[in-house]
Design a protein around this ligand. Structure first.
Ligand SMILES: Nc1ncnc2c1ncn2[C@@H]1O[C@H](COP(=O)(O)OP(=O)(O)O)[C@@H](O)[C@H]1O
Ligand SMILES: [Mg+2]
Length: 275
């Protein structure tokens, strides 16, 4: 029997059960309220973006989703339909690959830890190294690679690990503009193949609109949801095409106008602390 009211009861109506459901999340560090009452649902396969001023609790939220940090109060549910898969893989801003392992071994790490049969490891790692343009560098060590290539290894490793959810914390912000663009495109191509649920933090409004299905703008500390902005741009997306579309510019302007108030508030808070 269908329950016509069920959709109305949901905080954010979604066509299917959410992959991630957060209710009234609060996180306190001593005196500091980092996150204050965040509620949101993320749909399976959604590319969900988070923007907010520095210090508003974005990384804290992601670390909580990754199970690296605890909540002070509130509820988090993560749907895991494929119980044999890891729940999440996290990609950080700096490269987080192991310096003593080759590119291949880094990409294979998660699968080997799960004792996946070696033939499967070979196939999966081979696939993602090819997708990230790293096949020729399989035997290289991280110190022999550029920052952009190391970040590609992180992406290959995360996708090879086949998690339910990918958590990305400003993964491209240390890269130069050209490498960043190439990696954004590669990430979108790989994502189009599998439509994994992605939670992606960025301080770049352009990046949020280029990549995301939906953008959450957070307030200055204590971090709350300021607004959700859907990105109704068709996929697959091409940055050159997008830049010609008035809608792309309008979305960026809309998000930036919401964000800039919070960036100003965050700056005022910093000045108050200093004085
Ligand atoms: N382990 C911690 N102990 C104390 N304070 C922390 C800790 N982690 C983060 N914070 C504080 O919580 C706030 C939010 O931090 P963070 O989540 O890193 O923000 P963002 O990623 O949005 O810049 C900041 O004021 C930060 O200093
Ligand atoms: Mg952060």
């Amino acid at each position: 029997m269908t329950r016509p009211l069920a959709r109305l009861e949901a905080a954010e109506p979604l066509p299917t059960r959410p992959a991630i459901r957060i209710r009234d999340l609060r996180k306190v560090f001593g005196q500091l309220v980092a996150i204050d009452g965040v509620s949101l649902d993320i749909a399976p396969g959604e590319f969900f973006m988070i923007v907010g001023p520095s210090g508003c609790g974005k990384t804290t939220l992601l670390r909580i989703l990754a199970g690296l940090d605890s909540v002070t109060s509130g509820a988090i549910e993560i749907e895991t339909p494929h119980s044999q898969r890891p729940v999440n893989s996290m990609i950080f801003q700096g490269d987080s690959i192991f310096p003593w392992m080759t590119v291949w071994d880094n990409a294979a790490y998660g699968l080997k830890m799960r004792r996946v049969p070696s033939a499967t490891v070979k196939e999966v790692v081979g696939h993602y190294l090819a997708r990230t343009g790293l096949t020729r560098f399989a035997k290289y060590y991280p110190h022999q690679l550029s920052g952009g290539m190391r970040q590609r290894v992180s992406i290959a490793r995360a996708f090879a690990n086949d998690p339910e959810i990918l958590l990305m914390d400003e993964p491209f912000s240390a890269l130069d503009a050209q490498n960043k663009l190439l990696l954004q495109e590669e990430l979108l191509h790989i994502w189009e193949e599998h439509k994994k649920t992605v939670v992606f933090i960025t301080h770049s409004v352009d990046e949020a609109v280029f990549l995301g299905d939906r953008i959450m703008v957070m307030t200055a500390q204590p971090g709350k949801v300021k607004t959700f902005v859907p990105v109704p741009l068709a996929r697959p997306r091409n940055i050159m095409e997008l830049q010609k579309m008035p809608q792309f510019g309008e979305l960026i302007a809309h998000i930036w106008s919401s964000l800039r108030e919070e960036v100003h508030r965050a700056r005022q808070q910093e000045e108050e602390i200093k004085s």
